[in-house]
Design a protein around this ligand. Structure first.
Ligand code: HEM
Length: 452
C-alpha cells in the first residue's frame, strides 16, 4: 500500500518580514482569524513571531486530537507564555507533571459538593448587586458583570478571606494587563522590548497587581486564620518536588489565575446573554416563563441549575455565538503527528473557539442567536466542534462552577429587573486576551408587576 502524502500546510497570505501577520491581526484579529476558516483547509500557518510557526487548527477532529490525544505531550505555547508574563507559573500556564500537581492542589474547591454549597452565596451576591441598581440607571453591564463575578468568586472559593475590596482595587490594573497580554500575543516579541508607554504601563500594572495579592496573602498568613478555603488550602500545601510550603510567588500565581479565569469569561458570557435577551423579546419571554414555572415565587437553588433546560440552552447559545476564546495555543515538544501531518518540534498550534463555533457546516445560520438549535443536545455535532470549556487534561477547571454561576446569576437578575439597550446602540466584540463586548451599556427598568 502506498501512503499518500498530505497536502502541504498553506501559509496565510500577507505575512511580512519582522512583523509576520501583526498588521492584519492588529487591525481586526477576529475577522483575520474568521477569514482563515473561509479561505483555507483544516490547517493553515500564520506568523505571530517571525522565525516561528503557528499552525491554526480548524477541523473539529484535529482540534479534538490536539486537546485530548496529544494533550499530555504538548507544551502550552504562545498564548500561555504571554499570560505567564503576568501569572508566572500557574495551573494554566504550565504543562506536564507540574500541571498535574498544580491542578490537583486546586481541585478540592471545585468538587460537586463545594459547588452545591456555593449557590446560596452566589445568589446572595447577585441579589445585593441588583438591589444596588436603580430604575432608569445607565448600567455599564460588562463592568457590573466583572464586579459580580469577582464578588461571587471571592465569597465562595476564597470564602471572603481575600476581601473583595483588595480584588476590586485590582480591577483597573488587571484590565490594563489583560489588554496588553492580548496585544502581545499578536505582535512580534521585539515590540515588547521597545521603551513604549504601553510597555511601561504593562510592567507597572503587573507589579501593582502582584503586590496587592502578595500583601493580602501576607496579612492572612500572619493572622494564622484558617478558613478552610482556597487560600488556606494553598497556604497549607507543599511543593511536591521540594517538599517545602508554596512560596508567596507560587500562591500569588494561582490566585491571580483564578481571579482572571473566574471573572473574565463568566462576566463576558453573562453580558452577552443579557444583550441577546434584550434583542430577542420572545426568547426573553420564554426564559421568564420557564423561571416562573420552575421557581414560582422562590429563589433559585442548586437543584434548579439543571432543571431549567431553556435557560441552559440560552447559555449554550451564548457560549457558541460569543465565545471568549480567539486564540488558545499548544506547542509541540518533539516531532508530532497530527492527523496526516507531521509537525516539527517547536511548532505552535492554535485554535479559535470564536470562529469554530460560527462554522456554518456545524451551525446552520451561524450568526442567528437561536437557543433551539440545542434542542437535540450536542449529540449531532462531531466531538471538537463545540468546546466551550476546552477538552482533555487542560479542560476548564471551573466549568461546573461557571455553569452554576451563570444559571444562578441570570435567573436572579432576570426575575428582579429588565435591562434594555439604547435604540441606536451597536455592540461590538473586542478580542484582547479574551473576546468581550467593547462596551455594553443598558438601561435598568423595573419588571412589570405580574412577572416579579
Ligand atoms: C463561562 C466561563 C468560562 C469559560 C468559557 C472558560 C473556558 C475555559 C477554557 C476553554 C479553558 C481551557 C484552556 C486550554 O485549552 O488550555 C479553561 C481553562 C481553565 N479555566 Fe475556565 N472558563 C470559564 C470559567 C472559569 C471559572 C469560573 C474558573 C475558576 C473559578 C475557571 C478556571 C479555569 C482554570 C484554572 C483553567 C486551566 C485548567 C488547566 O489547564 O488545567 N474557568 N477555561
Amino acid at each position: 500500500m502506498t501512503l499518500v502524502a498530505p497536502p502541504p500546510i498553506p501559509r496565510a497570505a500577507g505575512s511580512l518580514p519582522l512583523l509576520g501577520h501583526a498588521i492584519q491581526l492588529w487591525r481586526d484579529n477576529l475577522s483575520f482569524i474568521a477569514n482563515l476558516r473561509e479561505q483555507y483547509g483544516p490547517l493553515v500557518e500564520i506568523t505571530l513571531q517571525p522565525g516561528t510557526r503557528t499552525v491554526v487548527v480548524q477541523d473539529p477532529e484535529l482540534i479534538r486530537t490536539m486537546l485530548t490525544d496529544l494533550g499530555p505531550s504538548l507544551d502550552k505555547g504562545r498564548f500561555f507564555e504571554k499570560m505567564g508574563q503576568l501569572l508566572g507559573d500557574s495551573v494554566v500556564t504550565v504543562a506536564g507533571q507540574e500541571h498535574v500537581r498544580k491542578r490537583r492542589q486546586l481541585q478540592p474547591a471545585f468538587g460537586r459538593s463545594e459547588i452545591a454549597r456555593y449557590v446560596d452565596i452566589m445568589r446572595r451576591e447577585v441579589t445585593a448587586a441588583v438591589d444596588s441598581w436603580t430604575p432608569g440607571q445607565q448600567l455599564d453591564v460588562r463592568e457590573a458583570m466583572v464586579e459580580l463575578s469577582l464578588d461571587m468568586l471571592t465569597q465562595t472559593v476564597f470564602s471572603g478571606s481575600l476581601d473583595s475590596g483588595a480584588f476590586a482595587q485590582l480591577r483597573r490594573n488587571l484590565a490594563v494587563v489583560m489588554d496588553s497580554v492580548g496585544v502581545r500575543i499578536m505582535l512580534p516579541d521585539w515590540v515588547e522590548r521597545l521603551p513604549l508607554p504601553a510597555n511601561r504601563r504593562f510592567t507597572a500594572a503587573r507589579d501593582a497587581v502582584r503586590a496587592t495579592i502578595g500583601s493580602a496573602i501576607t496579612a492572612l498568613q500572619e493572622s494564622g486564620h484558617d478558613t478552610g478555603d482556597m487560600l488556606s488550602l494553598l497556604l497549607r500545601a507543599t511543593d511536591e518536588t521540594t517538599g517545602h510550603p508554596l512560596t508567596e510567588q507560587q500562591i500569588c500565581s494561582e490566585i491571580l489565575t483564578l481571579a482572571l479565569a473566574g471573572t473574565e469569561n463568566t462576566a463576558s458570557v453573562m453580558s452577552w446573554v443579557l444583550y441577546e435577551l434584550a434583542r430577542h423579546p420572545l426568547i426573553e419571554t420564554r426564559v421568564l416563563a420557564e423561571l416562573g414555572e420552575v421557581l414560582d415565587d422562590r429563589p433559585v437553588t442548586v437543584n434548579d441549575v439543571t432543571q431549567l433546560p431553556y435557560l441552559n440552552r440560552v447559555i449554550d447559545e451564548a457560549l457558541r455565538l460569543h465565545h471568549t476564546g480567539w486564540i488558545v495555543t499548544r506547542r509541540t515538544i518533539t516531532e508530532t503527528r497530527l492527523g496526516a501531518w507531521t509537525l516539527p518540534a517547536g511548532t505552535d498550534l492554535a485554535y479559535c473557539q470564536h470562529s469554530l463555533h460560527r462554522d456554518p457546516k456545524y451551525f446552520p445560520d451561524p450568526l442567528t442567536f437561536d437557543p433551539d438549535r440545542w434542542l437535540d443536545g450536542r449529540q449531532t455535532l462531531p466531538p471538537g466542534a463545540f468546546v466551550p470549556f476546552g477538552a482533555g487534561k487542560h479542560k476548564c477547571l471551573g466549568d461546573r462552577f461557571a455553569t452554576t454561576e451563570l444559571v444562578t446569576a441570570l435567573a436572579t437578575i432576570l426575575r428582579r429587573v429588565r435591562l434594555r439597550l439604547a435604540p441606536d446602540q451597536t455592540v461590538r466584540p473586542i478580542a484582547r486576551a479574551t473576546v468581550r463586548p467593547r462596551t455594553l451599556v443598558m438601561t435598568v427598568e423595573e419588571l412589570p408587576a405580574p412577572t416579579r
